[in-house]
Design a protein around this ligand. Structure first.
Ligand SMILES: [Zn+2]
Ligand SMILES: [Zn+2]
Ligand SMILES: [Zn+2]
Ligand SMILES: [Zn+2]
Ligand SMILES: [Zn+2]
Length: 303
């Protein structure tokens, strides 16, 4: 705060200093009117010559006199119990620059008190100017409601918020799949494989074709989950054979048939062989006789 009540060259004075004042005026009538920069010494050599202290309710004053040129001036000492009026704003403060105000005291000699009004500082209001994405930063813009000054701050990416959207359950041997979709953006999705159960859930084996004597059978079982059907062969039952040492009718018939066949074969084939042998002997004898006759004929030449 600053009191600007200094009154240079004030002619009026308190009664106590009147005599001295008059003597000074007579000695140097124009002293109080002389410009400050005009003094023989270059600078006035002021000295306090009179002081009337201020009281709570009454102003006082101090009078100074230049010992070189005789110029004098008086400073008012304001009454200490001021009667301040309302503050009056002279210059409104801004966000960055201080303002100024003053108030006027109504006691004694009117005087003003000036005070600086501090700069208001910015009053920023935030607003989201770019929404953050799952993987991209957003932007918050802070703008001053008074002057519009602004700055920005990044908003961290929010990250994905995956939720299970659909599932295809695995079967006995085929894998399933689970699909996840981001709650913020359905374009963000991924799938996860669910491993297969790994085995069927079969019921009991059931005979479909019973095995017979010498004929294979078939039995099957079915998976309760996926209906997969598995079959396996039933071994053929053994064919019954005759016991050794006991001759059945069939055996007798079989042996009899074979013996009969062999007998008929022998009866037909042996005479045939005998005939062949006889015919060959006869032919050899004829040939030998003819050869002998020929030799004899050549030797004795019957011709
Ligand atoms: Zn002077
Ligand atoms: Zn005052
Ligand atoms: Zn501002
Ligand atoms: Zn996402
Ligand atoms: Zn199965």
């Amino acid at each position: 705060m600053e009191l600007r009540g200094k009154r240079k060259g004030r002619a009026g004075a308190a009664a106590a200093s009147l005599v001295f004042f008059l003597s000074v005026c007579m000695f140097s009538p124009a002293a109080h009117a002389a410009p400050e920069d005009e003094c023989e010494a270059g600078r006035h050599q002021y000295a306090e010559i009179l002081r009337v202290p201020a009281t709570a309710m009454e102003d006082g004053e101090v009078t100074y006199l230049c010992g070189v040129c005789g110029r004098q001036y008086t400073e008012i000492l304001y009454a200490t119990d001021h009667l301040w009026g309302e503050w009056v704003v002279d210059t409104r403060p801004t966000c960055t620059r201080p303002g100024e105000k003053h108030r006027t005291c109504g006691r004694g000699q009117s005087h003003d008190e000036y005070a600086e009004m501090p700069a208001l500082g910015h009053e920023y209001k935030p607003s989201v100017t770019t929404q953050p994405g799952c993987e991209t930063q957003g932007v918050t813009t802070f703008a001053c409601v008074r002057c519009g000054d602004k700055y920005t701050r990044p908003i961290p990416a929010v990250g994905h918020d995956y939720e299970e959207a659909a599932a295809e359950e695995p079967s006995c041997l085929e894998p399933g799949v689970r699909r996840f979709v981001c709650a913020h953006d359905p374009a963000h999705a991924y799938e996860e494989e669910i491993p297969p159960i790994g085995s069927h859930s079969f019921g009991e084996w059931a005979v479909e074709t019973p095995a017979g004597e010498g004929a294979e059978g078939l039995e099957a079982r079915t998976c309760a989950r996926d209906g997969f059907r598995e079959t396996r062969v039933l071994a053929a039952l053994p064919v019954p054979v005759s016991e050794p040492g006991k001759i059945s009718v069939a055996d007798i018939i079989l042996v009899g048939a074979n013996v009969g066949f062999l007998a008929i074969f022998a009866l037909l084939f042996i005479p045939y062989l005998v005939c062949l042998r006889y015919i060959k002997k006869r032919r050899d004898a004829v040939n030998r006789r003819d050869a002998l006759r020929k030799k004899v004929e050549e030797r004795y030449d019957f011709k």
